[in-house]
Design a protein around this ligand. Structure first.
Ligand SMILES: [Zn+2]
Length: 438
C-alpha cells in the first residue's frame, strides 16, 4: 500500500502533465485550456477526497470540508496557473500540498470524533474531560486555487485573491482582456464549473495558510529545510509607454529620428544600472513584456510598451530608487527625443505577516524537528493579499539554485514532502483554534 507521501508525489506527477512542456515545465496561463484541464483534474481530486467543490465569480476554485457546522473556515491554498514556459512547482505545489494537508487533518478529525462518540457511549462523564474538548476542531476546512495569480495573460497579478479580499472590483477583473481581446469573463466561461453563490466568502474565513517554493536561494544557502515568511519586500510596478515617431530605418536622417525602441533601450539600461547604485541585495529591478509598434522591418518604432518593476527590502531604498529613476528616464527621453510616461500598476510596502502566524509556523517546524529560518518574500503571493485581512501563515520550501519562472524550476522530493508535513501541522493547529490573534 502506498504511503501518503507516495500519494502526494504521484498526484504531483499527474497534475504536472497538464500543459507539460518538452523541457520538463508547464505552460498553463490563467483561463487557457491547459489551466481549465488542471482545474478539472483538481476538482475531481477534491470530490474523490471528500471535499465539496465550488467556484466563485472571480474564478477562485474551492474545496470545502465541514467539521463544525456553520463555523468559519481555515483556508489553505495557492494557485494552479503558471507563467508561459514555466516550472511545475510555482503555485501548483502549494495547492496540492494544501489539499493533502486538509485531507489529512479532516481524516484525523473524523477519527477523533468517532473516538469521542465511542467514549461518550461508554461513559458520559469522560466526555466532560478537558482533553476531549481541546482536540475538537474549532473551524471548517477549505482548500483554494486562486485564479490568475501570475497575471501573465491578464494583468494584474494576484487577481483572484485581490477580488476575494476586496482590493479589486469583480467587474474590473472580469472585464480585463488579454492581448488577443479575450476577457477574463469569457475565459472563465469555458471552465468546467460555474459559480452558484455557495463558495466561501472573506467574511467566513478565520485564517489563511499558504506554502510556496521560495524562488530564491536563501533557504539553500542558510541550510534551512523550511522558511517561515515574516515580511514582504516592498514593490513598485509600472507600465511604461515610450512614444516616438514611425519612419524609415534607412532613409530617415539620424538627427530627425524619434526612435521609440532607442528610448526603451535607454530605460531598460537605466533600470538595470539603477540596482548598482545601492548595496548588493537592496534593490531588484526588471523590465519585462515588451510590445514594439509596429514591430516591422525597415520601420523605426513609433511606440514601445513595457513593464518595469522595482523591489526592495527597504522602503527608503525603494523611494530613493524611484526618485533617481525619474531623473534617468527624463534624461532617456531627451536623448532619444521620445516621450516616456510611467503609470503605476501595482504597489505594496514592506508589510509584516502577523507575529502570531509566524510564531505558529515556527512552533510547528520545531515540533516536527525541521531546521527553519524567518524569510522575507520578494515575490508577491496570494498570501500578500490575504494577510492584510485575516491572520495568515506563509511558508517556504527550498528551490534548487533559486530557479523559478523557468522550466528547470525544481524542489527536491524530500523538501516538498517536508513542506506538506509542515503545512499539515500548521493546518491542524489552525483548525484547533491555536493561533493567538493579537
Ligand atoms: Zn506563485
Amino acid at each position: 500500500m502506498s504511503t501518503p507521501n507516495d500519494q502526494f508525489l504521484a498526484d504531483f506527477a499527474a497534475m504536472s502533465r497538464f500543459g507539460a512542456t518538452p523541457g520538463g515545465g508547464v505552460d498553463r496561463q490563467a483561463g487557457t485550456p491547459a489551466d481549465h484541464a488542471t482545474r478539472q483534474w483538481f476538482g475531481e481530486w477534491l470530490a474523490r477526497h471528500g471535499f465539496e467543490e465550488t467556484v466563485d465569480e472571480a474564478g477562485n476554485q474551492f474545496g470545502t470540508i465541514e467539521l463544525v457546522p456553520g463555523a468559519p473556515y481555515v483556508l489553505v491554498g495557492s494557485h494552479l496557473d503558471s507563467q508561459p514556459l514555466a516550472g511545475r512547482y510555482d503555485g501548483a505545489y502549494g495547492v496540492l500540498a494544501a489539499a493533502h494537508a486538509c485531507a489529512r487533518v479532516a481524516q484525523e478529525a473524523r477519527v477523533a470524533r468517532e473516538a469521542r462518540v465511542a467514549r461518550v457511549a461508554r461513559e458520559a462523564r469522560v466526555a466532560q474531560e478537558a482533553g476531549a474538548k481541546t482536540t475538537a476542531p474549532a473551524y471548517n476546512l477549505a482548500v483554494v486555487n486562486w485564479f490568475n495569480e501570475e497575471g501573465s495573460r491578464f494583468a494584474p497579478s494576484m487577481m483572484g485573491s485581490s477580488v476575494f479580499t476586496g482590493k479589486l472590483p469583480l467587474a474590473a477583473a472580469l472585464a480585463t482582456t488579454d492581448s488577443a481581446g479575450t476577457s477574463v469573463a469569457q475565459a472563465l466561461a469555458a471552465g468546467h464549473r460555474t459559480p452558484d453563490g455557495t463558495a466561501p466568502r472573506l467574511a467566513g474565513v478565520a485564517h489563511y495558510a499558504e506554502i510556496h517554493i521560495e524562488q530564491g536561494r536563501n533557504l539553500e544557502e542558510s541550510g534551512s529545510q523550511v522558511g517561515i515568511v515574516d515580511r514582504t519586500w516592498a514593490a513598485s510596478k509600472y507600465r511604461v509607454t515610450v512614444d516616438g515617431a514611425q519612419s524609415h530605418t534607412g532613409a530617415t536622417r539620424m538627427e530627425d529620428r524619434r526612435d521609440a525602441l532607442y528610448g526603451a533601450a535607454l530605460v531598460i539600461a537605466a533600470a538595470r544600472e539603477l540596482a548598482a547604485e545601492f548595496e548588493p541585495g537592496l534593490l531588484h529591478t526588471s523590465v519585462s513584456e515588451l510590445y514594439v509598434l509596429p514591430n516591422s522591418p525597415v520601420t523605426i518604432a513609433r511606440q514601445v510598451l513595457m513593464n518595469l518593476d522595482l523591489r526592495s527590502p527597504d522602503e527608503d531604498v525603494l523611494n530613493r530608487a524611484i526618485e533617481l529613476l525619474g531623473k534617468w528616464i527624463a534624461d532617456a527621453g531627451e536623448r532619444s527625443r521620445t516621450d516616456i510616461a510611467l503609470e503605476t500598476t501595482h504597489r505594496w510596502g514592506l508589510v509584516a505577516y502577523q507575529p502570531g502566524g509566524v510564531a505558529l509556523g515556527t512552533a510547528s517546524a520545531e515540533h516536527l524537528g525541521f531546521t527553519h529560518t524567518d524569510a522575507m518574500t520578494v515575490a508577491g503571493h496570494d498570501s500578500t493579499n490575504l494577510k492584510d485581512v485575516v491572520p495568515t501563515v506563509m511558508l517556504f520550501v527550498p528551490s534548487v539554485d533559486g530557479v523559478s519562472h523557468n522550466e528547470a524550476e525544481y524542489t527536491r522530493d524530500d523538501d516538498a514532502l517536508r513542506g506538506v508535513e509542515l503545512l499539515t501541522e500548521v493546518t491542524r493547529r489552525l483548525v484547533r483554534g491555536e493561533l493567538a490573534t493579537d
